[in-house]
Design a binder for this molecule. Structure first.
Ligand code: ADP
Length: 447
């Protein structure tokens, strides 16, 4: 098997040369030629031996000599290095015509000469460019005319005389020419179709490459714009904090110093204003958190999620007890992540799980983990109000809220921060939920 591979590879290497790189029609024609050579060599041995025996039997050694010459000629063009492929093809075709005409001359139309001529015509049509297709018809016509003349002049040798009769020769050779012309007209149609398909494929590939480059450029542009926006959000929220602090503190001063001088309405307005300022403060803080999440370097450490839950309960004791909530977890893994970000992530997810509950409900939140091949899948499940399927994606975008601020307080930034944190850790976050029964927020984290 190895030997056969080496044999085929050597012929391919010799014949294909540089055209290996360009996979157009020319490449396939050259490959076909190499394959014809590789198959023909062992096959021509089969016809060489009977040819030699026949030539001895009929006492005509020329047939044997030409057979051997052609066979060694094939070996030469298959294994000669550094020879132009077209010269190889021309020698190949010439050798084929040589053996065909010799057989035709000595054995007449009873021998394999005419068959070989038909065979080589097909090969010429498929291994040379399409505009050479009719050359073979012309060559065959010339050969047939010469032989017709030889028969007419009775110059054909004795041994093949039974095969030569002018009328039958004209009938046979005209059919041969007709068949060759038919092939020369039809085969190039298939080849040019093939050529068109290959060209179309090549130009499609090129277009795809250009499109890909454009897309990558656009992506790069979006990344830069995104970064700029994050910077802007950071600067804006950072700079807004100071004037807001002033507004809040002066509102407080008005409330404490002028409370007695203001009527009911005035006090109510002050209350609305300071409530608005408090909400604005929260939005600014969340926005700041959101923009920081996109700019900070990850500080990866081993984090024991069981410990993280204990810390969470400690810092949120009032909130948990206020709502008479129950937090469950068991055998959580140690993951590699940024501790600040993880705390923020759990704070947001568990905070939401405790928040989005119906009035009289006792929140039950369960944190669990599932081990996958390359990831941990962490889940934060609650028994809250749940989310409609159509909002599963939307809630992870900035400022997307499903309730007004009177029903549930919030800024609509928490889950956007969660998404950013998880994606920074090269994971994914999604939600599964049934309205009225609860939500299950899941995210993956690389092991
Ligand atoms: P916020 O809670 O500040 O409004 P988030 O980005 O954290 O903002 O959440 C976006 C929206 O997703 C919320 O307004 C809420 O409607 C919905 N949501 C988030 N978590 C839950 C949950 N556990 N159960 C039901 N709805 C939720």
């Amino acid at each position: 098997m190895k030997l056969i591979h080496a044999y085929i590879n050597t012929i391919n290497r010799n014949c294909l040369g540089n055209s290996k790189m360009y996979r157009g029609l020319e490449f396939w024609q050259n490959l076909l030629f190499a394959r014809i050579l590789a198959i023909l060599l062992p096959l021509s041995l089969i016809s060489l031996i009977p040819g030699i025996i026949l030539s001895i039997k009929v006492g005509n050694h020329y047939i044997g000599y030409v057979d051997e010459f052609v066979f060694f000629g094939f070996i030469f063009i298959a294994f000669k290095k550094n020879m132009n492929i077209n010269i190889r093809k021309i020698i190949f075709v010439s050798l084929f015509y040589l053996i065909s005409t010799v057989l035709l001359y000595y054995l007449g139309s009873f021998g394999p000469g005419l068959l070989l001529i038909l065979g080589i015509s097909v090969i010429i049509i498929i291994i040379f460019p399409a505009h050479y297709a009719y050359t073979t018809v012309v060559i065959n016509l010339v050969i047939c005319l010469i032989f017709g003349l030889l028969i007419y002049l009775k110059l054909t040798p004795g041994i093949g005389i039974i095969g030569y009769n002018l009328a039958s020769w004209i009938a046979i050779s005209s059919n041969l020419i007709m068949l060759c012309a038919l092939l020369a007209a039809l085969l190039p149609t298939i080849l040019s179709g093939l050529q068109k398909t290959i060209q179309e494929q090549e130009s499609l590939k090129l277009e795809l490459r250009v499109e890909k480059r454009n897309l990558l450029n656009a992506l790069e542009g979006i990344k830069n714009k995104n970064h700029e926006l994050e910077q802007f959000a950071y600067m804006a929220s950072h700079d807004l904090q100071e004037p807001l602090r002033m507004v809040t503190s002066f509102l407080g001063m008005i409330e404490s110093s002028y409370a007695t001088k203001l009527d009911e309405k005035g006090l109510q307005y002050i209350h609305y204003a300071s409530d608005g300022a408090t909400r604005m403060k929260k939005i600014i803080e969340d926005l700041l958190e959101y923009s920081v999440a996109g700019n900070k370097e990850l500080n990866l450490q081993d984090i024991d999620l069981n410990q993280l839950m204990i810390d969470f309960v400690k810092t949120n004791r009032t909130l948990i007890e206020e709502k008479n909530s129950q937090l469950n977890w068991q055998n959580l893994p140690v993951i590699k992540a940024d501790p600040t970000f993880m705390l923020q992530l759990f704070q947001n997810l568990i905070g939401n799980a405790l928040k989005y509950q119906s009035n009289d409900a006792k929140p039950v939140v369960t944190v669990s983990a599932r081990e996958l091949k390359n990831y941990w899948e962490i889940s934060v499940a609650d028994n809250g109000i749940g989310i409609e399927k159509e909002y599963f994606e939307r809630i992870f975008a900035v400022f997307q809220r499903l309730h007004d601020k009177r029903t549930y307080k919030g800024t609509g930034i928490g889950l956007a921060i969660c998404k950013k944190i998880v994606e920074l850790h090269k994971g994914k976050i999604w939600v599964e939920s049934t309205p009225g029964q609860g939500s299950n927020f899941k995210f993956t984290i690389i092991k």
